[in-house]
Ligand binder design. Structure first.
Ligand SMILES: [Zn+2]
Length: 295
């Protein structure tokens, strides 16, 4: 009885202790120019601070500024894969840190290598390492001399999910997804009892996202191809029907459709219908700067 009384007394305090969490889309487009969208990128706001970035494709740097995000508040960058439309603005972000008070370690996670792609550590070295890097003048962000240090980590290919980061009430879980021949990772970000899960680019063949995103508050799904996509497009990306199947199995609270391309833009009604064949919940189409607060 005493215990119950204590729980009742403390429960409003526990509610208050939950962080405020908002997903903001920085880039809702893909690699095309002409979609009038920045390429793939998201920021997670925790208690009003821009803490976590997921992907940082072309145009994301400008959207980051427009959103009022600050590099000095960032703890983590999660790269779903190393294609240009998910990584191109990273050098711009790192350079911009020079003009801020950003310091400490900025952790960067991404996939391991295969014969088509370097691993995330090598990718970063090829960008910034002394003598080898394209922007070798920024190597002080790798060698310990600049205030802000970029710490890259490779995530091994695995269909079994693993926790790659845990600090305070933030937990990052990763699992491999199938994106044709390209190593690709889906991430689940848990902040206390709230969570957001990111598909990245994938076609659903590994059947790993359903479990990773189980009962997540928001599942962000990439809609790069329309209904009836075939061949290479369907090897790389999930059709709207597959999106619906995964979201249903995951029992996600809501789904945000992003990575919208010319071949899917304007087909929202058709896409929604396809998704609703499997999933009856809320479907929202993302735009650059869209915000989704987790209640
Ligand atoms: Zn992409």
């Amino acid at each position: 009885m005493k215990k119950l009384f204590l729980i009742l007394l403390l429960s409003p305090l526990l509610l208050l202790a939950q962080s405020s969490v908002t997903l903001q889309v920085l880039g809702s487009g893909g690699p095309e120019s002409g979609d009038k969208r920045a390429s793939s990128s998201y920021v997670i706001w925790i208690d009003g601070k821009s803490k976590i970035l997921i992907d940082f494709g072309g145009g994301a740097s400008l959207r980051f500024e427009e959103a009022g995000a600050r590099i000095q508040d960032l703890d983590l960058i999660l790269l779903t894969h190393l294609h240009v439309d998910h990584t191109a603005d990273l050098p711009a972000l790192l350079k911009s840190s020079f003009f801020t008070g950003a310091s400490g370690n900025l952790q960067l996670f991404g996939p391991d290598k295969n014969k088509f792609m370097p691993n995330t550590k090598i990718f970063v070295k090829r960008l910034f390492e002394n003598d080898k890097g394209a922007w070798q003048y920024l190597e002080d962000h790798l060698d310990g001399s600049a205030r802000l240090q970029l710490k890259a980590h490779n995530i091994k290919k695995s269909k079994k999910e693993s926790v790659v980061y845990k600090q305070g009430d933030i937990k990052i879980t990763a699992v491999s997804v199938h994106h044709g021949p390209i190593p690709a990772i889906a991430y689940r970000v848990d902040i206390g009892k709230k969570s957001i899960t990111f598909s990245g680019d994938m076609n659903g063949d590994y059947h790993t996202l359903e479990k990773l995103g189980f009962k997540t508050n928001i599942l962000v799904m990439h809609n790069a191809v329309p209904k009836n996509a075939k061949g290479v497009a369907a090897q790389l990306h999930m059709t709207p029907l597959i999106i619906g199947e995964i979201v249903r199995k995951a029992k996600a609270g809501s789904v945000v459709i992003s990575h919208r391309m010319l071949r899917t833009l304007g087909k929202e009604e058709e896409t929604k219908k396809e998704i609703h064949k499997n999933y009856k919940g809320k479907v929202t189409f993302a735009n650059d700067r869209s915000r989704y607060k987790i209640k």
